[in-house]
Design a protein around this ligand. Structure first.
Ligand code: SF4
Ligand code: SF4
Length: 167
């Protein structure tokens, strides 16, 4: 699945906000669908970051040149960021990570609203709902420094009565 991008790639290439984490079990480490895990030949549905000078990096990140080595085939979670799927009890929301400097002052723009409309459609498509129904742990609960955008009601109905995320 390939998503249209909102953040300009050239901005990301000069930013140091993504692909690195403060600890090895950070909630921000990307989550994978079973299909992505198999494609990347990994054993679990999250990545195991590599520690370098007190920072944990995604194993697919080129630290010297600041880019993703699998950019064209990067997982959906990476394509989605700085938008995230967030679970609040049994409701699923699209949220935005306030730490992304690109998006901070663009949340009120027409372009952003149009992009959210696009994501809402794609992430509530039959195809995506089927994908989530086989990968419930793909959606977790992030800390409070994310801003809620919209509830994805079709996804919420999938989680109605489901147990809280184990993450
Ligand atoms: S924090 Fe935002 S601008 Fe920076 S690399 Fe990540 S997505 Fe790109
Ligand atoms: S797969 Fe690529 S985009 Fe995703 S966290 Fe790793 S380096 Fe970053």
């Amino acid at each position: 699945m390939s998503l249209k991008q909102f953040v300009e790639q050239k901005y990301c290439l000069s930013c140091q906000g993504c692909c690195r984490f403060q600890d090895a079990n950070s909630i921000w480490i990307l989550r994978l669908f079973n299909q992505e895990r198999r494609r990347l030949k990994l054993e679990k549905n999250t990545l195991t970051p590599i520690k370098y000078k007190d920072i944990f990096f995604c194993p697919y990140f080129n630290q010297t040149k600041n880019y993703c080595k699998i950019y064209r085939k990067r997982p959906l979670d990476c394509q989605l960021y700085p938008i995230l799927l967030n679970r609040d009890k049994n409701k699923i929301f699209l949220v935005v990570d306030n730490k992304c400097s690109f998006i901070k002052d663009k949340k009120q723009t027409k372009k952003f609203k149009k992009y959210i409309h696009y994501l809402t459609r794609v992430l509530q498509s039959k195809k995506f709902i089927k994908k989530i129904s086989k990968n419930y742990d793909f959606i977790t609960t992030y800390p409070s420094d994310v801003a809620e955008i919209i509830e994805l009601k079709k996804l919420s109905s999938l989680f109605h009565g489901a147990k809280p995320s184990s993450a």
